[in-house]
Design a protein around this ligand. Structure first.
Ligand SMILES: *Cc1c(COP(=O)(O)O)cnc(C)c1O
Length: 430
């Protein structure tokens, strides 16, 4: 495969952009080779600068649930664009998007728009600490909540340990109040809450974990988190930046019937433009300035262009049958991977929920970060390269989820199947 233009761009980029990319996982470090520079997106496909066409299962990391350059999104954005991109003053689309989010997620009574998931989580936890007048935050090993200092904590053993910073530049004091529990292990949360009575402000969780590969919550796990946080007067924060409007119309909270105190959103609600949001019960959100004393602000927050991309996307998702079609599509997608792997004798375990899917190249059950971290990474790298050469763009890491859009169909699954046959056979014959 001739990828000269991508390679040249990557060389130029590395001279002027750290690692040549503006977000680390794009650099292909986990799979080897160099990233593809993308010229354009067309529905379920991306075309790189060397003219290669890929079925895209990254979908801008989940943001593009309607596929690339969806006709209604493009039309509405074009109209909005003509009227100006940002006013630094309120606009009608903000109100409409807030209303839509609150309607879809009744636990969100009020919501504030921001520009990224990171910002949403960082702001939500500030409010949670102010509301509870407590300092400590409990997160789970293997859950990603953006790159705010206090959450960049080493994926520790599941024991109730004090976190250590995961990155240079994060002072230990910043994460001294971050405690790490084990995903799918409510007892690890109970131990922390009991060890620090009256000190935990919030337990933050990806209600469906999508950032250690796709790991579903086991039966009763989310219910136990709800009960434990209530019992200890800590807030339960669902980080639905990935799962909101992705695992179902009401996010994971709607799907599993759990009412969190606060919710963070991003990705799909921005329809491919930079948007995040945090919301929750009105009494909590009323602490946010200017209603309350907790400062939070943004020059470009709620700009009409980003709001319109989100609005049009959510409006399209209201069409009847969309969610059952998306679920069937992700199910069929993992079935294709499953069949190819089994035929080649390569171990695999697959799962899907809503418009999200996951696959691990192992027969073992992956239920938390400890089990995920042990996966064979070189096997994945080899698999990945053949998939890419065969025209399928998957997330370049064994610890990411896959995504389908409303425009992924049989034709794309056929390309996927042929690629997977080749990739698994290549892996098996090594
Ligand atoms: C992507 C993601 C974030 C961070 O969002 P950004 O927009 O990349 O800052 C936070 N939490 C979860 C669960 C995510 O998937």
């Amino acid at each position: 495969m001739d990828t000269e233009r991508s390679r040249n761009l990557f060389h130029r980029a590395q001279r002027r952009i750290p690692g040549g990319v503006n977000s680390p996982v794009r650099a292909f470090k986990a799979v080897g080779g160099h990233p593809r520079f993308i010229d354009r997106g067309e529905g379920a496909y991306m075309v790189d600068v060397d003219g290669h066409r890929y079925v895209d299962h990254v979908m801008s990391w989940g943001a593009l649930i309607l596929g690339h350059a969806h006709a209604s999104v493009v039309a509405d954005l074009t109209e909005t664009l003509r009227a100006g991109t940002s006013f630094g003053a309120p606009c009608p689309a903000e109100v409409e998007l807030a209303e839509r989010i609150c309607k879809a997620m009744p636990a969100v009574q009020k919501v504030r728009m921001v520009n990224s998931g990171t910002e949403a989580v960082m702001s939500a936890l500030r409010v949670a600490r102010a509301f509870t007048q407590r300092k400590k935050i409990v997160k789970f090993a293997g859950c990603y909540h953006g790159h705010a200092d206090m959450l960049l904590v080493e994926a520790g053993s599941g024991v109730a340990t004090l976190g250590l910073p995961d990155s240079p530049g994060v002072p230990e004091a910043t994460v001294a109040d971050t405690l790490v529990a084990r995903y799918n292990d409510a007892d690890s949360v109970r131990s922390i809450l009991e060890a620090f009575p009256g000190e935990v402000a919030a337990v933050i969780v990806e209600p469906v974990a999508g950032n250690m590969g796709l790991v579903l919550p086991e039966e009763g796990f989310l219910e136990a988190l709800r009960a434990l946080t209530s019992e200890h007067n800590a807030l339960l924060v669902f980080d639905e930046v990935m799962t909101g409007f992705r695992v179902g119309p009401g996010g994971a909270q709607g799907r599993f019937g759990i009412t969190p105190d606060m919710t963070t959103l991003g990705k799909v609600i921005g329809g491919g433009l930079p948007v995040g949001a945090f919301g929750g019960r009105a009494e909590i959100m009323d602490l946010v300035a200017p209603e309350g004393p907790v400062y939070q602000a943004g020059t470009l927050s709620g700009n009409p262009l980003a709001m319109q991309a989100g609005l049009t996307t959510l409006r399209e998702l209201d069409e009847p049958g969309v969610w059952s079609q998306l679920a069937a599509s992700s199910e069929a997608t993992v079935e294709v991977l499953n069949n190819s792997a089994r035929e080649a004798g390569v171990p695999i375990s697959v799962s899907s929920v809503g418009a999200m899917f996951g696959y691990f190249l192992t027969d073992d059950a992956i239920t938390d970060w400890d089990s995920a971290a042990g996966l064979d990474r070189s096997l994945f790298a080899r698999f990945y390269q053949v998939m890419l050469e065969s025209g399928v763009y998957l997330a370049p890491s064994p610890f990411e989820s896959g995504f389908v859009s409303t425009v992924h169909g049989d034709a794309e699954r056929e390309i996927l199947g042929a690629a997977a046959d080749a990739a698994f056979q290549a892996v098996a014959s090594e």
